[in-house]
Ligand binder design. Structure first.
Ligand code: IPE
Ligand code: IPE
Ligand code: MG
Length: 244
């Protein structure tokens, strides 16, 4: 790995978009685009491990994706199940720790079972945290967090004044994870599509027209190199950052 080690992101989040268009371009059914996308997932996960990133969050299925034709949703769930079944040994071997965000209770029982099993088997691993966003929506996550906080207030455990950014964060699905330093979206669209609305507040954004099945190690490293050249100011001036 020849990647420059300075200023590496700790946490990268990816909106993996463009599978359907990739398949269309080749005159294939959409699901073949999703199948091809699994290869990109494997390559990017491997690369993230080699770079020793702390966390990689992949947007695999949104709350809005339930609106897709039933057959496509079913195939996506099937692919997810096979992916997890095939990767379990490797994840354990590579010390990857799986976690999820989103309404995983809405996933088919078979998927939930392998998901729970993989999370259990990889719990305690100290390598890359692989965070899969499944049936995930940023608004839905904030809504659930708000409800939990409100019940604590109603129960007298917490006063409204005690609610802080930290107490909100602790109720999010991503509790304990650092915010993504870098968000990558493939497929050419420049929108967030309800992804990590709270956590992306100061992330660097990287949009590429490359369709997800064509996105691999080289493209991932290009995004990281782009990130490494940016100056993150968090409201301060450039001078404040360069003065020592
Ligand atoms: C992303 O690819 C995968 C999911 C949203 C599950 P798309 O299926 O959205 O591909 P396009 O945007 O139609 O090309
Ligand atoms: C975003 O992609 C969701 C995932 C990549 C899982 P979409 O293809 O669903 O996004 P929109 O609908 O074009 O915004
Ligand atoms: Mg899309």
């Amino acid at each position: 790995m020849t990647q420059e080690q300075a200023n590496l992101p700790r946490h990268v989040a990816i909106i993996m978009d463009g599978n359907g268009r990739w398949a269309n371009q080749q005159g294939k059914p959409r699901i073949m685009g999703h199948q091809a996308g699994v290869r990109s997932v494997q390559e990017v996960v491997r690369c993230a491990r080699e770079l020793d990133l702390d966390a990689l969050t992949l947007y695999a299925f949104s709350t809005e994706n339930w609106r897709r034709p039933g057959a496509e949703v079913e195939s996506l769930m099937g692919l997810l199940q096979t992916y997890l079944e095939n990767q379990l040994d490797q994840m354990v071997q590579n010390r990857v720790r799986l976690r999820t965000c989103g309404r995983t209770d809405r996933l088919p029982a078979k998927v939930r079972r392998i998901l729970d099993n993989t999370i259990r088997e990889t719990d305690g691993n100290e390598g890359l945290i692989l965070n899969l966003a499944l049936s995930y929506g940023g608004r839905d996550e904030l809504l659930r967090a708000t409800r939990r906080l409100s019940s604590r207030v109603a129960a007298g455990e917490l006063t409204p004044e005690q609610i802080s950014e930290q107490t909100i964060e602790a109720e999010l699905d991503s509790a304990g994870l650092p915010d993504p330093d870098l968000l990558i979206r493939t497929g050419g669209e420049r929108r967030l599509s309800n992804f990590l609305l709270w956590q992306l507040s100061y992330s660097e954004l990287y949009f590429t027209r490359t369709l997800w099945p064509d996105f691999g190690r080289e493209q991932f490293l290009a995004a990281i190199t782009d990130y490494q050249q940016r100056q993150r100011r968090f409201g301060r001036t450039s001078e404040q950052l360069t003065d020592v």
